[in-house]
Design a protein around this ligand. Structure first.
Ligand code: ZN
Ligand code: CU
Length: 483
């Protein structure tokens, strides 16, 4: 190999993803790896980027996504690469495209990925992976298998616990997927098709992880009054299987639960002494998922994100939609379904407390197929960097970057990702620390962020000059068993 770099990033302020203070350095890339960091003056390079005014960070890892289909249907991944994201963790909240032999899976909340169901066509994880490899996306993907998807694939009715035979079929599918490179199993027991699953069913379906490794990642049964019980259930599943757990989009919903993050974070802290626990969080006081009457009642304000029977009401408030339909809000919820919504139901102090907690990773939970999506889809990472770290001073920029890179890679066992050092994969984001900020808001949610300069995946730029480059160097990442 010649000693010339393919790409040389000169004079950057390097924030390396470990949480360590920034330092000035050049970064040299050969092929898909970083091969030099330091003073690389005088070294030859095919291409040079002057980063004098920029921060160079590891590419951001979106710890919580629903990008299973976006990776295949819109592989430029603009909502993500425009924020500096280079890897997405897919299959969250019990919802994954694989393994789903049935095409009739368009039941809520699986319909968040595809309201028509045609994308539920990957009988096993290997097929999904092959589809990705044949037409790669701009970003990398690390994939969870959804328990709700497994239920839909194996059970004829979902309003009951799985039988022993059904549980066995789900367990076999999970085992095969883990062996083929899935990084863990997610659940979404908050949602009707999985809420009928008792703890024992979850443990049995996840059993192969005790041998093969992997994480149990959960949108817990309850995030309001019963949140502590739901956390205890999560911890029990992790202990019985001997695997790490991740609490998805940790939050305390409903007015009467505001402020309880002090209690929930203390509970996590206590249990950390005896087991491995992680969590992710998105930086907004509004949540978003399928349209549900209960959630709408708990919210100060509801926005319609999509509706199959009434697409024209996307983007409207629920009260405006009810007025347009000439019915009550309760009735409007039913008439709009199948539909999605944004729910203003959290407390800013809780969001900040959770975001600042040492073990909290940043995850967007963006819903890429909504007609008028929650702005977290396009705004999460620049909002943490610009709004929470720089403008509010909630934590140093180095901490913000760690929460979206090194912490996340370590949590999910993604080897040589999430840190900038010689030998690591060349996933990088160059951004302007003074100007980086989210531009997406609830009125205009599909806006690329400001201040993201260049985004590099496996050594190849995928975003530059505020546009996709067209390159698609992404890969499906496997979990390292060493972690
Ligand atoms: Zn969720
Ligand atoms: Cu989610």
């Amino acid at each position: 190999m010649s000693d010339a770099f393919d790409l040389l990033i000169q004079n950057a302020r390097v924030i390396d993803g470990t949480g360590a203070p920034r330092f000035r350095a050049d970064i040299g890339i050969q092929g898909d790896r970083i091969t030099g960091i330091g003073n690389l003056n005088g070294r030859k390079a095919t291409r040079v980027i002057d980063a004098t005014r920029l921060v160079a960070a590891p590419g951001f890892i979106d710890a919580h996504t629903h990008d299973d289909r976006l990776l295949l249907s819109d592989p430029a991944m603009a909502p993500k690469v425009s924020q500096g994201v280079t890897t997405v963790v897919t299959g969250n909240c019990g919802i994954s495209l694989a393994c789903s032999p049935s095409r009739s899976a368009a039941i809520p909340p699986l319909d968040l990925l595809d309201a028509d169901g045609g994308w539920f066509r990957y009988a096993d994880f290997d097929q999904y992976r092959r589809a990705f490899d044949e037409a790669p996306a701009a970003t990398n993907a690390a994939c969870l298998i959804g328990h709700t998807t497994l239920r839909a694939a194996t059970m004829d009715s979902l309003d009951r616990p799985a039988t022993a035979a059904e549980t066995g079929r789900m367990r076999d599918m999970a085992e095969k997927a883990l062996a083929a490179g899935a990084i863990g199993i997610s659940s979404g027991t908050a949602y009707a098709p999985a809420s009928a699953a008792p703890t024992e069913e979850l443990i049995e379906v996840c059993r192969p992880m005790s041998q093969l490794g992997g994480l149990y990642v959960t949108h817990m049964r309850n995030e309001d009054a019963g949140i502590v019980d739901a956390m205890e259930e999560t911890f029990r599943i992790g202990r019985e299987l001997g695997v790490p757990v991740v609490i998805s989009h940790h939050k305390c919903v409903g007015k009467s639960n505001h402020g309880r993050s002090s209690e929930t974070l203390a509970l996590i802290e206590r249990n950390l002494a005896s087991q491995d626990i992680g969590l992710d969080c998105y930086p907004y006081i509004a949540s978003s998922t399928v349209m549900q009457a209960g959630r709408a009642k708990q919210s100060n304000r509801v926005l319609v994100t999509w509706s199959k029977p009434h697409p024209e009401l996307s983007g409207k408030t629920l009260s405006d939609a009810a007025r347009a339909l000439g019915v009550s809000e309760d009735e409007a919820v039913e008439r709009l379904k199948p539909a999605g919504a944004i729910y203003f139901m959290m407390d800013e102090a809780d969001v900040q407390r959770i975001l600042a907690y040492a073990h909290t990773m940043v995850g967007s939970d963006g819903l890429p197929h909504d007609a008028v999506p929650h702005p977290r889809l396009w705004g999460t990472f620049p909002r943490v960097l610009g709004h929470y770290a720089r403008d509010l001073g909630l934590f140093p920029l180095e901490t913000a970057v760690h929460k979206m890179t090194g912490l996340t890679a370590a949590r999910f066992g993604l080897t040589d990702r999430g840190v900038l050092r010689a030998g690591a994969y060349a996933d990088l984001t160059l951004f302007d620390a003074e100007t980086v900020i989210d531009a997406a808001d609830f009125d205009h949610p599909a806006q690329p962020a400001r201040g993201i300069h260049t985004v590099i995946v496996n050594g190849t730029p995928v975003w530059a000059d505020n546009a996709s480059t067209g390159a698609r160097p992404g890969r499906v990442l496997l979990r390292s068993t060493a972690g």
